[in-house]
Structure formats: structure tokens, C-alpha cells
Write a protein that binds this ligand. Structure first.
Ligand code: ASP
Length: 321
């Protein structure tokens, strides 16, 4: 039986546990916990891979609950000197922290650490595997928008996920949570980035974006994760650069044409449909600025809910309530 204080992923989370977690998020959203809830506790951010939003969001969440935060970042830590993830985590644990928030390039890193420490571990993104707090904030944003916070049943809602799904831990956590909550998930992207095998996760895979988005209640746009293809990052954001071979698309300009959400394409959505993105956005590639900042966009509420989710998750991990 896994230790319920850890949050390692959404793929193996029973429906009741997922709903309880979302109910705790909703409670934090409705009645923010007292600012001294975690006074005296230290939360350690162990980030062995870059992050902007997620690390800041965990830090803000911890501080809003009165905890202190210590950051151990990949480039500055002894992991670069060969100290293993486990050693690093155990050393930080021995200093008396109350929770370890872990981001790493390796899939399964947070679970590995969790097996070797007694402190609660929260996965803040492990390779292409999972990003559970992002999945939670996405389904919470959806549930709140469509008035489903009572019971968190998303039956009848269809979510289209567009882009580099193969590289995306966000997509994996989302597909798991959305399917558990009875939403339909439709995936689309270049064949190498949205493989037919996604059907085994319970998603429908289609080949044309218009087919994916026409009946969607929410469209989740993902960036092409160049760094995970082992390709040069040069050219991201600049039209005409080469894409990884597996995309079967020649340039970002072509990618935008086939898979980007332009204002014209967004105009074909159902009137009540919303647009989501986990960030960082490559504006002008998967999402045009006018759409990202337009009236259907819930990208900023996603960011705000990220703090609420992390407050609820930290509070539960540390205090058990
Ligand atoms: N911020 C998300 C992640 O860490 C999505 C992305 O990087 O594209 O996976």
C-alpha cells in the first residue's frame, strides 16, 4: 500500500482519492487556510531540472501557509558532482524538512526518492512521465469553469489535447485524471508526437486538429518539447527552424499551419469552449497571442489555481488533513 502522504502521479490514483484531493483544493479555494497553518515547517524544492512557474508556485503556496522554503537547484547542487538523487534527498531530509518537492529529468525519479525517505514526496514533474499538480490544477480549472466542483464528475465534457503529447508529462497526468473523472479525451498532433498508442490510456487519437476541436469543451494546447527530443533548442519561437524527425513536419511554420490554434481556428470552437495551456507558451507556434490572451483563455486562472492546488497538497502531505 503506497504511503498516502506522497503525491507521485495521477495514473494509479483511485477515483475516490482523486475526488477527495480535488475537494480539498476546492475547500482551500473557498476558505483559504490560516497563514500560520504550516508555521515551523520547511518545504524543500529539489529541482534537478529547470522550472519557472512550478517552483515559484510551490514556493508561494508554502509561504502562504507560513512554511519556509529552501531551494536546491540542479545547477548549484552536488548532484552535478555525482551525488545521487537519493543521497541528495536523504541529506536534505536529515536536515529536518517536512516535505520534498522533486523535479527531475528521469521518469520515476520522485517515486525512487519516495522509496528511500520517510518525508512526504511531491512529484513536480519527472521526465515525460507525470506532473500531478499540473494535472490537478487543470482538472480543477475545468471543473470550476463548468460548475462540476460538487462531486467532480466531468461526464459529458470533451477535452482535446493538441501537440507534442508523446513528450508531455502534463498530458499523461491529465489523461489519467480526466478519464478517471469520466471526461472524454481526444488527442491530435503529428503522428510521431501523438501516437496511436495513446488509445491505451483511454484517449481517442485523431489525425486532424479540426476533428479534435470541433466538439471540444476545452482545448489544451501543448508546446513542442524540443529539449526532450534531444535536438537543439535554437529556432524555438522563430519560424522556419527544423523540427525533430519524428514529427514528420518540416518546419515550425508548417506545424503552426497544421496544429496551431490561430484566431480563425479558435473561431470554429463551440461558443462555450475554453482554451488551456500549461506554459511556457511558444507564442506564434502552437498558440497565437490573440488566442492566448483572448476571452476564451483560462491560462491565468490555471496559474492561480496552481497555487491553491499546491497549498492543498502541501497541507495534506505535511498535516494529513
Ligand atoms: N511546464 C510543463 C512541464 O513542466 C509543460 C512544458 O514544459 O511544456 O512539463
Amino acid at each position: 500500500m503506497p504511503d498516502p502522504r506522497h503525491l507521485l502521479g495521477l495514473q494509479d490514483l483511485p477515483a475516490a482519492t482523486l475526488r477527495d484531493t480535488l475537494a480539498r483544493v476546492h475547500a482551500c479555494d473557498q476558505h483559504p487556510p490560516a497563514p500560520d497553518t504550516l508555521r515551523g515547517h520547511v518545504v524543500a524544492n529539489l529541482f534537478f531540472e529547470d522550472s519557472t512557474r512550478t517552483r515559484t508556485s510551490f514556493s508561494v503556496a508554502a509561504q502562504r501557509l507560513g512554511a519556509s522554503v529552501v531551494d536546491l537547484l540542479g545547477g548549484q547542487s552536488s548532484v552535478n558532482k555525482g551525488e545521487t538523487l537519493i543521497d541528495t534527498a536523504r541529506n536534505v531530509e536529515a536536515m529536518g524538512v517536512s516535505a520534498l518537492v522533486v523535479r527531475a529529468k528521469q521518469s520515476g525519479a520522485a517515486a525512487l526518492i519516495a522509496r528511500h525517505v520517510h518525508t512526504p514526496v511531491i512529484n513536480a514533474g519527472d521526465g515525460r512521465h507525470e506532473h500531478p499538480t499540473q494535472g490537478l490544477l487543470d482538472v480543477y480549472t475545468l471543473a470550476k469553469h463548468f460548475n462540476r466542483t460538487d462531486g467532480f464528475d466531468l461526464k459529458g465534457l470533451t477535452v482535446a489535447i493538441v501537440g507534442d503529447i508523446a513528450s508531455s508529462r502534463v498530458a499523461r497526468s491529465n489523461i489519467a485524471a480526466l478519464r478517471t473523472l469520466n471526461a472524454k479525451v481526444v488527442c491530435v498532433g503529428p503522428p510521431g508526437l501523438a501516437p496511436a498508442g495513446l488509445a491505451t490510456l483511454g484517449a481517442k487519437v485523431v489525425s486532424h486538429i479540426d476533428e479534435a476541436i470541433k466538439n471540444a469543451d476545452a482545448v489544451m494546447m501543448l508546446r513542442i518539447q524540443f529539449e526532450r527530443h534531444g535536438e537543439a533548442k535554437a529556432g524555438v519561437g522563430a519560424g522556419g527552424s527544423d523540427l525533430p524527425k519524428q514529427t514528420s513536419i518540416a518546419s515550425v511554420r508548417e506545424y503552426r499551419e497544421f496544429y496551431g490554434l490561430s484566431p480563425e481556428r479558435a473561431a470554429s470552437l463551440k461558443p462555450e469552449a475554453i482554451i488551456m495551456h500549461p506554459g511556457p507558451i511558444n507564442r506564434g507556434i502552437e498558440l497565437d497571442a490573440a488566442v492566448a490572451d483572448g476571452p476564451r483563455s483560462v491560462i491565468m486562472p490555471q496559474v492561480s489555481h496552481g497555487v491553491t492546488v499546491r497549498m492543498a497538497v502541501l497541507k495534506h502531505a505535511i498535516l494529513g488533513d
